[in-house]
Design a protein. Sequence first.
Length: 183
Amino acid sequence: MNKFITSALFIGLVTSICAYAEKQDLLTIGWEDLVPESAVIKNPMDEMSKEDYYALTDDEYQKLMEDYQTELEQSMASAPIVTELDGKEVTLAGYAVPLDFEAETVYEFLLVPYFGACIHVPPPPRNQTVYVQIEKGTDLNGLWDAISVTGEMETTQTSTDLADAGYKIQASNIKPYSELQPD
């Protein structure tokens, strides 16, 4: 009997350690983590002192803003991705834009950083759009509610009728974002 109890305790301990180790490999990421550091475009005003800002002429200010806008547009067009995320188990919160569904069950959707993206406004750049598949499907109660998606991230570009996605997640878990927030 003692050997049985010892074996059961050992199996329980090993299972707990494995579950803990698995949890440690899960990355909780934000949308900023999907943009390579080298692609972040800094607003020139953020690095300027008050004195320098107030010393700008209208023409200098206009030129600075035009250059900044051009750099932003070029960055959005190329929208580089973070290849180091490939194969990582991640959790990312955002809003769903359904692509493949039957009644209330959704099998494929785009995960985007803000409500209404791809529908009412131009889509976000591909490094801010994630194509999500969930084999068993999920019920998204309200499209206006944020969700959290967990699964393996792939740095694979996917084109849909609504937008191009620079990332793909094969979802293992989808839950309302509010469930993750502390009370």
